[in-house]
Structure formats: C-alpha cells, structure tokens
Ligand binder design. Structure first.
Ligand SMILES: O=c1ccn([C@@H]2O[C@H](COP(=O)(O)O)[C@@H](O)[C@H]2O)c(=O)[nH]1
Length: 273
C-alpha cells in the first residue's frame, strides 16, 4: 500500500487506530474453543466489529508462532481475510526481524510476498545490510524499532554513543539507507515526551505507536508532539480492544472500545484544521 492511500483512509475514517491482533487461546471466550480454528474465528469477529473505526491491523507474530503450524495457518487465514475483504486496511506483521542481508531477504519474501503484509517491524541492531533487503520492496513498509514502549528501552536505546542517544542515531542513520521512503518507525506511547526531539530528526515519517491502553500510554500526549500535517501516526491498542470483555459479547465490547478511541482521535484530527 502506498503511504498516500493510508493517509486518505485516515482522513476518510477520522481515525489513525491500529488494532493489535495479539490473539491468545487462553484469553478467548470459552465457546470459541469448540471451533476448528478458534484464533481465526476470534480474529474474524474482531475485524468485522472494529474495521469501521480503524485503518490498520497488527498481528504480533509471536501469538501465532506459539501454536506452531496451526498458529501459522491461523495467521495466514487472518491476513488473507483482511486482504480479501478489507484491502484498504494497512497490515503490519509485528515480527521484529532483521539478520544478515541474505537472510533478511528471505524474511522479507515471507512477509511481503508469501503472506502479503503491507509492512513488517524490524530490529535495527544489525545495521544497514540487515534493513535494506526489506526496503527494496516497492510499496511495502519497513518499521524500525526506534524507541520502544518497554522499560528495557532505557538499557540501550537512550544511552549516548559518540555523544548522541542511540535511538536518535538509529533515526538519522536509517535515513541514509537505500529507499528511505519505505521507512516507518516504532515509538512507544509511554515515551511520548521524546516525540518532540524525534520529530526534529524525522518530521514527516509515519510512526507506529504501541503502548496506549494496557501499557498506560496517553493518546493526547502522543498527538501533542507526534502528529503532523499528514498525521504521521498509527496508534496501536491490542489487549485494550480485543479483550475489552471475555464473554460472548467480546466483539461488541471491542467495537465500543475501538469507537471510543476513534472519537478521541477525531478530536485530535479536528485540531489540525
Ligand atoms: O515498543 C513496542 C513494540 C511493540 N509492541 C507490541 O505492540 C503490542 C502492544 O500491545 P498492548 O496489548 O496494546 O499493550 C504488542 O504486540 C507488543 O508486542 C509494544 O508494545 N511496544
């Protein structure tokens, strides 16, 4: 998907919400466990309930890999369902990959060609030759971990290297890679105050912002420093939406929660007018 198409969807739906499909069998309503593929049935119901309020879906690959071949099948069915029924939705494989170039190319083929995701999250630690194989794919997006939402982000990402915080070096160095137009970045909602500095380095880039809801990040704080003329934000909530209730009303509860966040986003978008 082209970035322009994503921006158009955001304007049309007045939403920059990404729904995280972190689907955990242990948290599913018990009646779904009788289904042949409970994970897919759950995802399908969540997608149907939330799609009018969001512009992106982000399955975290760990939740599928955890169930082996069955989990991969559920993931494949989910991405196929999205691409068939809601091709306007931006899809993110939250896989946090990255390896020597030869191997990164295989990861890129797996997620961009075989599964046909629009984007993938990448750990930048192995540098240029580990990231560029992903960037080589036209109209696919490589979302680099810049400043993550967890406490462990302070172990390395905010430490100074040659007088500069590592996450800032990741932002500025990645801009020199081949095909930088295909880059996006992960910045945790729990680190909203850092967005002011981040926007000085990457004023236009799209940011995937996880950490609102269950992790306590604040949407208004994220928008205060992170929003741009072209919005430039995809704010993710996973558990806060998909497990809004654990009974048979899980889909309508997810819908209410997604709608609530979309209305908050509309208020932020109105401020840009
Ligand atoms: O810095 C990061 C990078 C990725 N994530 C992922 O986003 C979701 C957040 O889930 P919630 O339930 O909304 O907390 C999850 O898949 C994480 O692995 C992140 O949280 N922070």
């Amino acid at each position: 998907m082209k970035t322009e198409a994503l921006i158009n969807q955001i304007r049309k739906k007045q939403s920059f919400l990404c729904v995280g499909l972190d689907t955990d069998l242990e948290k599913l309503p018990s009646h779904l466990l009788k289904e042949e593929d409970p994970i897919f049935e759950f995802n399908k119901a969540i997608i149907e309930a939330t799609q009018e309020f969001c512009v992106a879906y982000k399955p975290n690959i760990a939740f599928y890999e955890a169930y082996g071949i069955k989990g991969w099948k559920s993931l494949e069915k989910t991405i196929d369902y999205l691409n068939t029924h809601y091709p306007e939705q931006f899809t993110i494989a939250d896989a946090k990959r990255g390896d020597i170039g030869n191997t990164s190319t295989r990861y890129a083929k797996a997620f961009f060609e075989e599964l046909n995701f629009d984007s993938i999250t990448i750990a930048p630690y192995m540098g240029k030759d580990s990231v560029e194989p992903f960037l080589a794919f036209k109209d696919k997006h490589t979302i680099i971990l810049a400043l993550t939402s967890n406490v462990g982000a302070f172990d390395f990402q905010t430490k100074k290297v040659d007088g500069q915080e590592l996450y800032k070096m990741v932002l500025s160095t990645s801009k020199t890679y081949e095909n930088p137009q295909n880059l996006m970045y992960v910045v945790g909602a729990t680190k909203a105050e850092y967005l002011k500095d981040i926007r000085k380095i990457i004023p236009e880039s799209f940011l995937l912002v996880p950490g609102v809801g269950a992790q306590g990040g604040d949407l208004q704080d994220v928008c205060k420093f992170g929003i741009t003329e072209n919005i430039g934000l995809l704010v993710n909530s996973s558990r806060g939406i998909i497990y809004a209730s654990s009974d048979e009303h899980y889909a309508s509860s997810a819908k209410e929660q997604a709608k609530k966040i979309q209305l908050e986003m509309k208020i932020e978008l109105d401020k840009l007018k």
